[in-house]
Design a protein. Sequence first.
Length: 308
Amino acid sequence: MEIIEFPNLIDAASGRKVPVKAFVPVEGGPFPVVIVSHGAGGNWDANFAQARHLSSHGYAVFAVEHIGSNTEALERSMRFIANLKAITKDAGEVLGRPKDISFAIDRADEWNKTNDKLRGRLDMKHVGVLGHSFGAYTTLVVAGMRPALKWLKPAVAPGQGLGPDLRDNRVICGVALSPQGPGEPFFIEASYASLKIPLLGITGSKDKQLNAGPENRRRAFELWPPGDKYLIWLANADHLSFSDATGSRRHMLPSLVRGDVQPVVRAATLLFFNAYLKRDANAQKSLTTTGLKPYLRGAVNTIEVLNK
């Protein structure tokens, strides 16, 4: 696997800086593309181990850094909780993050034609997105859901109801780690109706952050329109366990169960992308409670896979 950094990319349309780190198999291709979106307070290394794992199995992975909600933004003046709440309601960031993903896809398409290391090696007809927490929100919106306006600051007209449609039709499937149900700060029940593409959500019995708890995340699955939708429920998985920066120079906040959660998350994510980006029917058949039980370990001793 080769890692290529693009730290100084600027989206001319918005003026936003959008750094991207690419994880690409050393040779061969063209490879399906996965865009990764980190959580609030993260960075392009927040899901380093997961990106490396996917790349080792034949994917070109592009990890985006969302400058307005990265580690630097979270640590500003050392007001972590206040910053976290502000970031997740900031209109520019809530509406800007999905555009960062589309910008990254634009760049990947360009690199597939012009970059010496990437030319002809990306399968741009098979693009997926993966995100955790605020990155799950980002994934859901790129996949077709519409954000709520009522919590955004500064207010966005008309101030209530659904925000703009920020889907990217090039994205054909998504993985949302810690997906949000309806309620502050992101979605209302009407947000879910426009979600059409295949989607995998992964959460657990201790997955709580701010106003979103485990039952709220199960409620999300209930609202997803049927058709190639999956939710994996892991006993004792907490919120921080779904990201893994292992192997990078960065260290994320600790989780006592990360080492138990990650084998299931990686196996399930790979099966899902194999099913929907590589059209592997056997992978889809393995995306079940029985198929994933061999990956259980330690505190994560129970799994439930729902699908509709």
